[in-house]
Design a protein around this ligand. Sequence first.
Ligand code: FAD
Ligand code: SF4
Ligand code: SF4
Length: 476
Amino acid sequence: MPDRMLQFVSILQQTPAKRAAGDRRHDFAEIYEEYAPPEAATQASRCSQCGIPFCQVHCPLSNNIPDWLKLAAEQRLEEAYEISSATNNFPEICGRICPQDRLCEGNCVIEKGFESVTIGAVERFITDNAFAQGWVKPIRPRRERPQSVGIIGAGPGGLAAAEQLRKQGYQVHVYDRYDRVGGLMVYGIPGFKLEKPIVLRRWKLLEEGGVVFHLNCAVGRDVSLAELRARHDSVLIATGVYKARDIGGPGAGLSGIVPALDYLTAANRHGLGDDVPAFTDGTMDARAKRVVVVGGGDTAMDCVRTAVRQGAASVTCLYRRDRANMPGSLREVKNAEEEGVQFMWLAVPEAFLGDTGVSGVRAQHMHLGLPDASGRQAVEPVPGSSFTKPADLVIKALGFDPEDLPGVFGAPELAVSRWGTLTIDHRSFMTSLPGVFAAGDIVRGASLVVWAIRDGRDAAAAMHAHMQQSAPAVAA
Ligand code: FAD
Ligand code: SF4
Ligand code: SF4
């Protein structure tokens, strides 16, 4: 075990072992292995304990990274877990799926050539180890409060808020239209990035800590927002964004053209052992099919890699810009390439071919033109460059917008932005409805798990302050 920090000059960066592409193509297990304790300590010891830690500055949760790295290096793992979990409700999840290259690790100051500290992998190790050691315990509030909160949405935003408020002793009720807890962490993100038991054990822990879940309960259908407002002292809306952006054009209505989230949800449910008719009848199964995925974000990467694992005959990703301008994580692009996905950069679908079912995509090559007002290079077609890509399954992964929440909730007075996201006061996290707060993707638009956790924590603190004002007699 290293006896001091700043070891980056002599110890090389070592990411956790990655399973070989030929092996991981056949299952949905995570592709990165866990550090063994000595490896975690050695890698943590590479940190130079910066006075102004830019890693922390660029972590949405302001995690106290240098402190838990030092404790991990000294193998004081219970203390490392205490520090790590003080600012993050789900460190083992962020350690797995944060785009660290754009956040903490991308801002680690270790000089180029020595490579950053593997912050995410150490963070994951600390909490996985804490679970294994039995250090992760259900919430036991110091006192029970009579006030109750209703949280709509059991994704990371809603769950982080639920945990924070339960710790304060509130009676916490979480409502979700799905049958499982976790939101996109369960039904969107595939198991090869985040295995489902990792999320589901958090569900169990929250229940053991007294959080009450009302599942298969869609607000706006099974219960109204007005009823929840009458039932609870405060309400949090954390419903995420689910309306898929669509592609038009000739043939867009052919069968065999499916939205990304429907496809990923079917795959995740199948993996969880559910009976999924759209999977069983082949609609959402890529087996033996020539698959074309349209889009270049993380959702598109999850689709191509899911199709590989389902045994597709070929998998192609069409993206309108080039590799350098992809919104998705480059680490995921590399993983997809290793697994056999073909990328066609600077290509846009013009039409979908086929009689009733899709049989191909006619696409056009593009080139990048001058930057527009936002500074992004415009995408322009290359005349006469059309080509056809045979396809039996086309997956549309073009991003998500919010549903019409005021309409769904029957609450026209709920203010939304011009993009349909909920408008909140950024200090109080309150929507235009008194006592109704909001957090996560439904406020930001499609974002990241770590930002949803941050919002959930901030909203919980604001709800606590609000309820304290309303009931000074039960002040902490
Ligand atoms: P969600 O996770 O969407 O949860 C919202 C919950 O609200 C859901 O459970 C939903 O059922 C429920 N709900 C909605 N409407 C109602 C209603 N009317 N009544 C009751 N319940 C309702 N982020 C990363 O950081 N890393 C990644 O690798 C990553 N990969 C992704 C891959 C895919 C395919 C997708 C789609 C997203 C990915 N993201 C990733 C983004 C991340 O999942 C989201 O930013 C995050 O889950 C948002 O959290 P949330 O709590 O706001 O909403
Ligand atoms: Fe990095 Fe995400 Fe962990 Fe923050 S939460 S330290 S950004 S992996
Ligand atoms: Fe350690 Fe890098 Fe963070 Fe500095 S920026 S404290 S070296 S992890």
